[in-house]
Design a protein. Structure first.
Lengths: 256, 627
C-alpha cells in the first residue's frame, strides 16, 4: 500500500506564543516547532499499516525551510521518503490554498491512501484534509482512530460524540483525517535519525506546482483569550451541595 | 646461626625417567591450560577496540593496581573476613612465584635458589610464612563456601572445592618439606606431590572462575577508571550494545574476569527486592554469549543469555560496580544494553515512550507545561540569572515542577539569602537528560545536552548550584560529551562550606542521613551533607550508609517507569531508615525525597519526618529573615 501522510509543523506546546505587532499572526521568532499531534498519529497509523501490509510511506509537508526538521523526524520514525513543498507564505494561504498545494504534490504519486491529522494544533480549522479529498476526487472519512485493511478496501473506526464510535467500510483509494490517541506513538531513535539521512527528500517550490495563492478566507485578527476565573460557592446542606456539584460536573464541566 | 632457621629439603638427584615424566606432564598441563585459555584470549582480542580508551595518564592506573590488586585493599575493605582470607592466598601466590619457578627448575638442573644458601633459605622461610597464611586462608574460604554459604555465591561449585583442595595441598606439600631431610624417599615424594598438584591446578584455572587469577590484574589496570562512566558512541553504526559486534575488548575482558563472588548481587537493590536483575548474571550472560556466539556476532545480546526485563530494572545506583573486586564496570554494561534496545527502537514500554515523547516535545521529565515553571518562578519572585550573580540556581525538573522539590528549592533560597549569596535562575530550563541518558536514549540526550549547553553559554553561566545530585552528575560528566559544561556543585557542598555561618538549630530528634547514590558513590560526597544535617540534631547511621548506601529506587529513569515487580526498593530503604529510631530522615536528593516520602507515608503514624538538608537548615533561620 502506498500511503501519503500530510503533516504540518506547528508551534511547540511549551513555546511562548506572542501575538505579532500587526495582530494577524503570532511572532514566529524564538518559537520552537513540533509535529502537529494528530498528524503524528496519522504517521503512526501509516507506519503500522506498512509494517503489516508492506508498501511505502511518503511524508508531505508544506512550509518554510524550518519544516525540514519535522520532515526529518517523520523520516526518522520510519517514513520511506519525503516531499517538502517550500513556501514562505503558508499563513497567507487559507485551507483551500494549502489543500491545493498538497493535492498538486500528491496527484503524481497516485497513492492508495492519504492520511492527515483531523486538524492542526495552531489554527484548528479541521478543513484541509476534507478539501484535499474533494480536490483529489477521493472518498474521505474524518475523526478516524483506527484503520484496518480489508479485501474490498478499508474498515475504519470513527469517533462520534459522547463516547460513541462508528465503524465504516470504504473503498480505496481514500483520504482519512486522523484523531489523536488511537495508537501509541513511537519515540524517535538514534538509528532512525541516522538512517533518515540517506532517505530521499524531494524539495519542490510552491510556485512550480502551478497553484494560485489567492485566499478566499483571510485572517483579520487574532487575540489572546481573556483570562477569567469564576468561583461559585454551593450552599445548602452537604447533601444538597454534593448533588449540585455532581450536576455541575456532569453538565457544565462534563467530566463525569 | 643459619641452623636455627628451618631449611627446606629439596631432592638432590632425579632419575632420567623422572625428568622425562616431568617434561611430559608439564607439557600436557600447559596444553590443557592453553586449549581453554587460547580461545578466550582470542575472543577478547577479536572484540571491537574501545573507542575512548587511553592508557595515559598511567598514574591512576598504577595506583589502582597497587591498591586493589597488590594490597587487596578493596577486597578487604568491603568484606573484611573473607577479604583477609583471600589476601592471604593472593600474597602467598605472589611469594610462591619464585618458589614455583625454582621448584620446576630444580628437576631440569637449573635451580637458582639454594635452600642451604643464605638468600635461598631466607626466601624459602619467608615463603613458608605466607604458605601458613595461605593454608589458613583457603581453609577459611572453604568453610565459607561449603558450610556458611551466603546466597550470592550462587550454586555450589565442585570446581572451586577442588581448587581449594589443590591450593591447600600445594601449601601442605611445601611446608612438609621443612620437616624432612634430603636425600630421602620422603623428599622425593613431597617434591612430586607438590609438582603434580601444581600441574593439575594449571589447566583448572581457565576452566573455572579462577581465570580471574590471570585476567583480573589486567582488568583492574585497564579499567576506564571513572566510576559508572558511559562511553561515547563511535561512528554511524554504533547504537550501544546491540550484538556481539558491539562488545569491546574491555567488556569481553571484564566478562571473562568475573570471579562470581556475588558482591554485586548482594548489594543490588533490584535483586534484593525480588526482581529479575542480577548484575552477576548479566556479566556471566555476556560470557556465555561470547562462548557461544563470539565477538562480531549479529545475534542480539538481549536474548538467550540476558533479558531486556533485567536490563531495564537497574536503578544505576552503582553499588555493584563500586563493590566489584575485579574491576567490572556494570553500569556502562547495563546502560549499554539499554542503549542498544532504545537507540534501535526495540524497547517498547508505555511509560518509557511517554517519557521520551514528553521530552521530545516538552521541557521536563514530569510532562508538565513549561508555563508551570514560569508561574513558580514568578510567584516566588526568584531572581532571573543575568550573568552578574555568582550562582546560577538550577531548578531541575523536580525543583521546578514537583511540589516537594519546590519546597527544597525555596528552603535553599532562604538559606542563600541569609548567607548573602548572589544567585539567579534561568528563564527557561530543559531537563538535563539524566533519565533518558541512563535509559539509553542517546538521540534525546544529545538534543537536551546541546540545547542546555547553548543556553549556558548564552547566559554566561559560570557556576551552577542545584538540589539534585542527578542534575549535578549529568551536567558535570555526561554533558562533556557535547561541550564544556559550567562548574556545578550540589547544595550540600555549598551549605557545608558555609556551615560556620549557619545557625545551629539543635532539635531533640535524632537524624538519620540517607546517602543518595548520585551524591555518594557517583560524586564521593559523604561528609558534607552530614555536616549540614548535624546542625539540626544528633546523627545516627543506617546499617547501610556511605558508599554502601541502599538506593531509593528512583535512579536510571526508573522513577518514570511505573510500578515495580516484587517489593518496592523505596519501601525496603524506608523501613531500614525508620528502624534506626531516628526522628528525622534527612535526604539530599529530590528523587530520594519523593520515593521515601511515599514509602514512609505508607508506614502511617509514628513514621519519622522526612526533610531535605536544606529544609533542616532553613528551619533554624531566624523567623522572617531574608524572606
Amino acid at each position: 500500500m502506498k500511503i501519503v501522510v500530510a503533516i504540518k509543523q506547528v508551534p511547540d506546546r511549551d513555546a511562548p506564543v506572542r501575538i505579532a505587532a500587526d495582530a494577524k499572526w503570532i511572532e514566529e521568532r524564538e518559537l520552537q516547532w513540533a509535529m502537529n499531534e494528530p498528524d503524528a498519529y496519522a504517521l503512526e497509523e501509516a507506519l503500522q499499516l506498512k509494517e503489516k501490509h508492506g508498501g511505502e510511506v511518503i511524508v508531505l509537508s508544506a512550509g518554510p525551510e524550518r519544516v525540514g526538521s519535522t520532515i526529518r523526524e517523520a523520516l526518522a520514525k520510519g517514513a520511506d521518503r519525503a516531499i517538502h513543498i517550500v513556501c514562505d507564505d503558508l499563513n497567507a494561504r487559507d485551507a483551500l490554498g494549502v489543500a491545493r498545494l498538497l493535492a498538486a504534490a500528491i496527484r503524481p504519486e497516485n497513492p492508495d491512501l492519504v492520511l492527515t491529522g483531523l486538524q492542526s494544533e495552531d489554527l484548528g480549522l479541521g478543513q484541509t484534509g476534507v478539501i484535499l479529498a474533494e480536490l483529489l476526487g477521493l472518498p474521505h472519512a474524518t475523526l478516524i482512530l483506527h484503520v484496518e485493511k480489508t479485501d474490498a478496501g478499508l474498515k475504519v473506526k470513527r469517533e462520534l460524540e459522547e463516547g460513541w464510535f462508528q465503524s465504516i467500510e470504504m473503498p480505496l483509494p481514500a483520504v482519512l483525517t486522523m484523531q489523536s490517541g488511537g495508537n501509541k506513538l513511537r519515540y524517535a531513535t538514534l538509528m532512525g535519525i541516522k538512517r533518515a539521512k540517506t532517505k530521499e527528500l524531494r524539495v519542490v517550490n510552491a510556485a512550480e506546482l502551478g497553484v494560485e495563492a489567492a485566499a478566499v478566507v483571510t485572517l483579520e485578527q487574532i487575540s489572546a483569550p481573556k483570562k477569567q476565573k469564576s468561583t461559585q460557592i454551593l450552599g445548602g446542606s452537604a447533601k444538597e451541595a454534593v448533588a449540585a456539584l455532581v450536576e455541575k460536573l456532569k453538565t457544565e464541566a462534563r467530566v463525569l | 646461626m643459619m641452623n636455627l632457621l628451618p631449611t627446606l629439603a629439596e631432592p638432590e638427584h632425579f632419575a632420567f625417567w623422572e625428568t622425562g615424566l616431568f617434561v611430559a606432564l608439564a607439557g600436557a598441563s600447559t596444553y590443557g591450560f592453553w586449549r581453554r585459555f587460547g580461545p578466550i584470549l582470542s575472543k577478547i582480542l577479536q572484540s571491537k577496540k574501545d573507542p575512548d580508551f587511553h592508557l595515559f595518564p598511567i598514574g591512576k592506573r598504577a595506583w589502582d593496581f597497587v591498591w586493589e590488586v597488590l594490597l587487596q585493599a578493596k577486597v578487604i575493605r568491603e568484606r573484611p573476613l573473607a577479604g583477609v582470607a583471600h589476601a592471604l592466598v593472593f600474597w602467598a601466590f605472589c611469594a610462591f612465584a619464585l618458589v614455583t619457578l625454582n621448584h620446576c627448575a630444580v628437576i631440569l638442573g637449573v635451580g637458582f635458589l639454594d635452600p642451604a644458601g643464605r638468600v635461598g633459605q631466607l626466601y624459602f622461610d619467608f615463603a613458608a610464612i605466607f604458605a601458613v597464611g595461605c593454608a589458613v586462608g583457603i581453609l577459611g574460604l572453604f568453610v565459607r563456601r561449603f558450610l556458611v554459604r551466603p546466597r550470592w555465591l550462587g550454586e555450589l561449585s565442585w570446581g572451586s572445592g577442588l581448587v581449594a583442595l589443590l591450593i591447600f595441598a600445594l601449601m601442605a606439600t611445601y611446608l612438609a618439606a621443612f620437616f624432612v631431610t634430603a636425600p630421602s624417599g620422603a623428599v622425593q615424594a613431597l617434591w612430586w606431590a607438590h609438582t603434580l598438584t601444581l600441574l593439575a591446578f594449571l589447566p583448572l584455572i581457565p576452566h573455572t572462575k579462577h581465570l580471574h587469577l590471570v585476567l583480573s590484574p589486567f582488568t583492574v589496570f585497564l579499567s576506564r577508571g571513572e566510576f559508572a562512566h558511559i562511553p561515547p558512541l563511535s561512528g554511524d553504526e554504533d547504537f550501544g550494545l546491540v550484538a556481539g559486534k558491539d562488545l569491546t575488548q574491555l567488556l569481553s575482558l571484564q566478562a571473562y574476569s568475573c570471579v562470581e563472588c556475588g558482591r554485586c548481587m548482594e548489594h543490588c537493590p533490584a535483586n534484593a527486592t525480588g526482581k529479575q536483575l542480577n548484575p552477576k548474571e548479566i556479566v556471566l550472560g555476556l560470557r556465555g554469549y561470547l562462548n557461544e556466539f563470539g565477538p562480531g556476532s549479529e545475534e542480539p545480546l538481549l536474548g538467550k543469555y540476558n533479558t531486556q526485563e533485567a536490563a531495564f530494572e537497574c536503578t544505576t545506583c552503582g553499588a555493584c560496580e563500586f563493590q566489584c573486586p575485579v574491576g567490572i564496570e556494570h553500569v556502562p554494561i547495563l546502560v549499554g544494553l539499554r542503549r542498544g534496545a532504545v537507540n534501535t527502537g526495540v524497547w517498547e514500554n508505555d511509560y518509557g515512550s511517554k517519557l521520551f515523547l514528553a521530552l521530545e516535545r516538552g521541557s521536563n521529565a514530569l510532562s508538565m507545561a513549561a508555563a508551570e515553571r514560569d508561574k513558580f518562578v514568578e510567584k516566588q519572585a526568584l531572581p532571573i540569572f543575568d550573568g552578574t550573580q555568582e550562582y546560577c540556581l538550577w531548578l531541575g525538573c523536580m525543583g521546578a515542577y514537583d511540589p516537594q522539590g519546590r519546597e527544597i528549592v525555596l528552603a535553599l533560597v532562604r538559606v542563600m539569602r541569609h548567607l548573602g549569596a548572589s544567585f539567579g535562575v534561568l528563564r527557561k530550563e530543559k531537563c538535563t537528560g539524566d533519565s533518558v541518558r541512563r535509559l539509553g536514549n542517546d538521540l534525546l540526550f544529545q538534543q537536551l545536552a546541546e540545547a542546555n549547553l547553548e543556553a549556558m553559554a548564552q547566559n554566561r553561566v559560570k557556576k551552577i548550584i542545584t538540589i539534585c545530585p542527578h542534575c549535578v552528575r549529568t551536567i558535570q560528566k555526561d554533558w562533556k560529551e557535547f561541550g564544556t559544561p559550567p562548574e556545578v556543585e550540589h547544595h550540600s557542598e555549598f551549605l557545608a562550606r558555609f556551615a560556620s555561618q549557619l545557625p545551629s538549630a539543635q532539635n531533640e530528634k535524632t537524624i538519620v542521613f540517607h546517602d543518595p547514590c548520585y551524591l555518594g558513590r557517583y560524586r564521593g560526597v559523604y561528609e558534607e551533607p552530614r555536616q549540614v544535617a548535624a546542625l539540626a540534631g544528633d546523627l545516627v547511621e543506617a546499617p547501610r550508609s556511605h558508599e554502601r548506601s541502599f538506593c531509593c529506587g528512583a535512579g536510571g529513569g526508573l522513577a518514570f517507569l511505573g510500578e515495580e515487580k516484587g517489593e518496592r526498593v523505596s519501601k525496603v530503604r524506608a523501613e531500614e531508615l525508620a528502624a534506626t529510631g531516628a526522628g528525622v530522615v534527612a535526604a539530599a536528593c529530590p528523587f530520594c525525597n519523593t520515593m521515601l516520602r511515599d514509602a514512609l507515608a505508607a508506614r502511617g503514624e509514628g513514621a519519622p519526618e522526612l526533610l531535605d538538608i536544606a529544609q533542616l537548615v532553613a528551619r533554624g533561620l531566624p523567623k522572617g529573615s531574608a524572606e
